[in-house]
Design a protein around this ligand. Structure first.
Ligand SMILES: Cc1ncc(COP(=O)(O)O)c(C=O)c1O
Length: 392
């Protein structure tokens, strides 16, 4: 019987020999075998198909991490999913798997700032050069492709300013020029868009965010297609990246309700975005809320819904009063990360935005990142209403 994703994430990953609804947490460094022949057989099976769950050591995985890998493989509709201890670990694994000295990488200008640090700064010592392209301008990306371009690293939408790109155009030009493609899909997750099915070679999700959903665990996932399997598999073996079975358990538990939470994040965030768009001090709401806008059209073309993360652009010569707006919010926590059940707010300083070339922020403009949680949206709006009065 064919079932929908909503049903699948409730029922899969349960074929273990146990009576509980959830799989047990299997913690292991050593895996015990009955005899040498059994070890040899397991290793043979693993080498024949490293996706088969035949592990001989805890670093390769246990029944708990394997249960999570299987559910994600179906959700992503991909060849294999690698589990990493953080979302950033998955970014690292993806990039390091394909680049070699002398290569160039094209990276979305509004990429998550640690990804900028990795590509722009760290990789330089391995003679890998990163070039950042304007996510609002496909021609800019096109013009920056050279015969050295090995990878296009897309973050969609971009961090803080949430630009949506025309993904099929990027994939088509990458294919024509034999360039690998990776996408950071943390905002959407494969519940809203399936990048590997669309044609990306690698797709990253920080499981710290919506998969876990409760702000109490860190993890990352890298989904890949068959084309890059050998490259990623060999890199994964030498990185030592591994997700703990306890964290895998929590992420698996979070995924059971991913659909319900994401739907509600979208409903709440849309209400908040519409409210904010009518406020005088707010010059821009970075969220796909306005029908027929370019952002909306690109979002609609690829996504079946939206998450709860958005950005605001605020105009005020009085920076202190903008910070006071954020500080006056009573229902929002002030802190990093997002994707949990609760609302969060951050004032994004120039340092956090990174060395961007295409955001064009004037000195009297400020960017605030809001994560809209699962509270009653009328309470969130009332809270924003009272706090907005602080902006002068
Ligand atoms: C878009 C994006 N990608 C990747 C990451 C990294 O995830 P983690 O914090 O799990 O390392 C983050 C974290 O904020 C993020 O916002």
């Amino acid at each position: 019987m064919k079932i929908n994703l909503r049903t699948f994430i409730k029922h899969s990953g349960k074929d273990f020999h146990n009576q509980s609804v959830n799989p047990p947490v299997v913690r292991a460094s050593t895996i015990i075998f009955k005899n040498i022949g059994e070890i040899e057989n397991t290793e043979k099976k693993y080498l024949k198909d490293p996706r088969s769950g035949n592990f001989n050591y805890g670093r390769q995985g246990t029944a708990t991490t394997y249960a999570l890998q299987r559910i994600l493989k179906e959700m992503e509709e991909c060849y294999k999913v690698y589990l990493t201890p953080t979302g950033f670990g998955a970014v690292f694994l993806a990039v390091l798997s394909v680049v070699e000295p002398g290569d160039e990488i094209l990276v979305t200008d509004s990429v998550y700032s640690p990804t900028r640090l990795l590509t722009q700064d760290y990789l330089r010592k391995f003679d890998v050069k990163s070039i950042f392209y304007d996510p609002k301008n496909f021609d800019d990306l096109k013009n920056k492709i050279s015969n050295k371009t090995k990878l296009i690293f897309v973050e969609n939408p971009g961090s803080n300013t949430f630009e949506f790109q025309d993904l099929k155009k990027i994939l088509s030009i990458a294919k024509k020029n034999k360039i690998y493609t990776a996408i950071d899909n943390t905002w959407g997750t494969p519940y809203l868009i399936k990048p590997i099915k669309l044609g990306f070679d690698m797709s990253i999700v920080s499981a710290t965010k919506y998969y876990s959903g409760h702000s109490d665990v860190m993890g990352g996932t890298l989904a890949i297609n068959k084309k890059v399997f050998k490259l990623v598999e060999s890199t994964n073996r030498v990185t030592g990246l591994r997700l703990s079975p306890d964290d895998a358990y929590l992420i698996l538990r979070g995924i059971r309700t991913l659909d319900v939470r994401m739907d509600k994040h979208h409903i709440n965030a849309l209400k908040v975005a519409k409210f904010l768009s009518k406020q005088k001090k707010v010059t821009k709401v970075y969220y796909p809320y306005k029908k027929n806008s370019q952002i909306y059209k690109l979002w609609k073309k690829y996504y079946s819904g939206a998450s709860g993360l958005m950005g605001l652009r605020i105009k005020s010569k009085n920076k202190k009063s903008v910070k006071s707006f954020v500080n006056s919010l009573k229902l929002f926590g002030y802190g990093y990360s997002w994707g949990g059940f609760e609302s969060l707010a951050l004032y994004q300083s120039q340092r956090q935005l990174g060395a961007r070339g295409y955001t064009n922020l004037n000195s009297d403009e400020h960017i605030i990142r809001l994560h809209i949680g699962l509270e009653d949206p009328s309470d969130i709006i009332n809270d924003l209403k009272q706090a907005l009065k602080k902006i002068k």
